[in-house]
Structure formats: structure tokens, C-alpha cells
Design a protein around this ligand. Sequence first.
Ligand code: ADP
Length: 486
Amino acid sequence: MTSMTRPAITSPTQLFIGGTWRTANSARKFDVVDPATGEVIAVVDDADISDAEAAMAAAVAAQESWAQTAPRTRSEILSRAFHLIIARTEELAAIITAEMGKPLADARGEVAYGAEFFRWFSEEAVRISGDHTLTGDGKNRIIVTRAPVGPSILVTPWNFPLAMGTRKIGPALAAGCTVVFKPAEQTPLTALALAAILLEAGVPDGVVNVVPTTDAAGVVGSWMASGSARKISFTGSTAVGKILLAQAAPTVMRTSMELGGNAPFIVAEDADLDRAVDGAMVAKMRNMGEACTAANRFLVHRSLANDFAAELAARMGALTVGAGSRPGVEVGPLIDRSGRAKVQRLVDDALARGARAVVGGQEDPGPGYFYPPTVLDDVDARSDLMSTEIFGPVAAIVPYDTEDEVIALANDTEWGLVGYVFTQDIDRALRMGERLEVGMVGINTGLVSNPAAPFGGVKQSGLGREGGKVGIDEFLEYKYFAIPRS
Ligand code: ADP
């Protein structure tokens, strides 16, 4: 990769607080690194707790007038932001690829997906409805209204730097909530570019505040303890989610948690093998496997396991690995050195327990944090990667014999985000889908995420749903008026 082929990074690098761009109070900055090269591509202002407090004060000051803003006005701001994102697809995709690593084609896909949350919630902003009924004895009217929950803390991971932001900002703004938004430290540039778009779309001062920092615990902790925030919406690891749930307790804060996954991908004996392999390519390789929805455990009926492994290995082994900005590249680098080291550790453990590497299995020494697409067959179900999110391009195949056995294996995890079932038998598909302890089921598909659908998990995968008709509910409270009939 030469710098000549790298698109220019056009994102702001300062904090966005109260409608203005400003430097961090400490004047400290931090590096943003291109994971394809390990090179620094930008330096960004590094917020400390005093900046965090300023952002929260701005969000609190803007809350009442934003809540009073006409739904149509809120809707139109989101709609303008949607159109601006689409118009700037190339610019945003280049930023996503530069700081996160995914190939440009995938980054463009994320821009379309991320923008759609703004379009969806611009439509929902004008459809917030209540209810009017009578008490059972007919003596009282019950009028139910919906009110914004209030200033909201948004914390996102690095794997979908744009879409994770729009998925939270969209419903918050549609509902009438102001936000303080801390993007992941690896990917602040996309979040800041998004702030610039929202500013241009007409978001009033203080409604959206974006605060990149290397001190996540300090900045978010100060917001959690402030007593001013009424809501936290978090996407990230289960470990951090639990810390935030504990921090939410003292102020009884509303929480939405999109946490880890450990998705089973089940291929039944009657599955269409080609379709299952197509689905596996999406469920495993989208975002280089760096997605909480990524298929983590391929549970394949023993009669198909070797054929499935061979076909998947042929497809995965043929993918072009390289810097995401290079034309034709299909698999970019992992996010950082420790992400790659974790994948290697999990693969080594599986191999030591008797798995067979059909393709891949050994990390690329770099520069850049590349890991080759890897298929492991005959994986022992006790291997660490069965109970750990791999977050890399490694497909681990465990053969099974009976439906009861595979359901027990699939549910043998504290997580419950998504499960994939491949079968041509509709009864089996629904029966297995119902038995899986997950929030989402993909039937003969490797992709479930869509702004029109309620995304979320059960068990330790989280609380609440994002997207769909219910996505806005996470940022609304019910208020009921009791009115006697006289
Ligand atoms: P990942 O493994 O995907 O990086 P994390 O849960 O560590 O997952 O990170 C997700 C988001 O949570 C990031 O924005 C990160 O900065 C933030 N984060 C990490 N630790 C804390 C913490 N103690 N309190 C609040 N936010 C945190």
C-alpha cells in the first residue's frame, strides 16, 4: 500500500460539544491507526472528564427545547442527514476503511446500512402515538402519552463505526432525546464526520455531542455518575456492559445493552449445501468476522460436515486478503495486534485439541494486522473458541448427529444474540428456531441485521432492541393521565 492510493481523510479531529468544534481542555491528542499498515493516519483530541462534563451540560441544556421541537422538524433533520450520508458515501467509506480496515465495498455497504437508520427513524419520529381508554368501571379516562426519556449516553464499538452511531442517534433524536456520544477510540473519525453531517443537517446546538477519548472509563463513568443522564445505550463487550449496568443502578438509569454473541450456525441433514455455504460466507466473513452476529460455531450434521468443510474452505481460501482500500480486496486486516493475537490463541487451542485446519490457521506477520480466512474441521466442542467470541475470519466446524444434541450444543452458552438454521424442511426450521435461546433467527440466510427489524439478544447478549418499530421505545417513557368523567 502506498500513500498515493489512500483516499484523503476528510473528517474533523476535534471534540464536538454544544454545536461547536473545540480542542480538549488538556490539549492532549491521540493517534488513529490504519490497521492495514499500522501507520498513524490522524491525531484526534482526547477528551478528559472536564470535557465530558461540558458535553453533558450541553446535552442537558438542549434537552427541553429539543423535546418540544415539532416531530416533523426532528424528522426532517434526520432525513437531511440520511441524504447527506448517501451523497457522501465515498468519503465516509474511505474514512471507515482507513480507520477500521474493512474493504471499501463493505464500507460502502455499511454507509448504506447506517444511513438507513436515519431514514427509518425520520419516519418513526412522526408516528409516536399514545392511547386513550376508560377504566373498567367506566368512571375514568386513561390518556397515555409518550415522552422522551431525557439526555442519553451512547457508547459504541469500532466494528461498524458509522452504523453503530446512527442506530443509536437515530432513535434518540426521533424520540426527542439529546445525546452524549463516545465512539470507540480506534474509530473516532467516522463519528466526527457524522457529527459534521448532523450539524449541516440542522441539529440544534447541544443535541448531539461527540466526545472521543482514550479514557473511556473516566469519561463514560463521569456521565453515569452525573445524575443528569436518564439513559445509556451501549454496544460492546459483555464485560463492559456489566460494568455499565452496575453504574446505572445508583440512579436507576434506563439501559439498552447490545453485548456479545456466540452465534450457532446449524446445517441440518436436509440443507441445500450450496445455500448453506453461501450463508456461511456472509455469516462468517461479513466484516472479517468482527461482528457480534458472526457465526461463531458451525454445527453441521455429520453426514454433511466434511463436504461443507471442503466447500467452505475452497470459498474462504480463494478470498483476496489485503488493505481494504485496494481494489478487489475482499478481506481486510483485523482491528489491532491484540485482536489478531486472540484469534491465533483460539485457533491454537482448537488445533491442540485435535481440530484439522482445512485452510489457514497461521497469522500473517504483517505489517498490518491480517489473519487468513481459516476453516477448522472436527473441532472438539470443549475448545475455547466454542465459548469465546472469535471476532475473526475463523470457521470452526463441529459435527452433530441428532436434533436434540445440536439444540443442546447451540444453547450451551451464556449468550443468545442470533442463531442461523439451514434446512429445507419448514417444520424443522420453525421448530429449531423456536428452541434456540436467541433474540434473532436467520432461516436459510446468513444476514439478519436490518434497520426495519428489532435487533437484539437474550441471556447475556443484552437488553432491549434497536431498529424496527420498537427501536424508538428504548428512548421513550410512558406517561399516563387519569381524568375522571364528570
Ligand atoms: P471491544 O472489545 O469491541 O473493544 P469494548 O466493550 O471494550 O468492546 O468497547 C466498546 C466500547 O466501550 C468502546 O467505545 C470502549 O471505549 C467503551 N468502553 C470500554 N471500557 C469502558 C468502561 N469501563 N466504561 C465505559 N465504556 C467503556
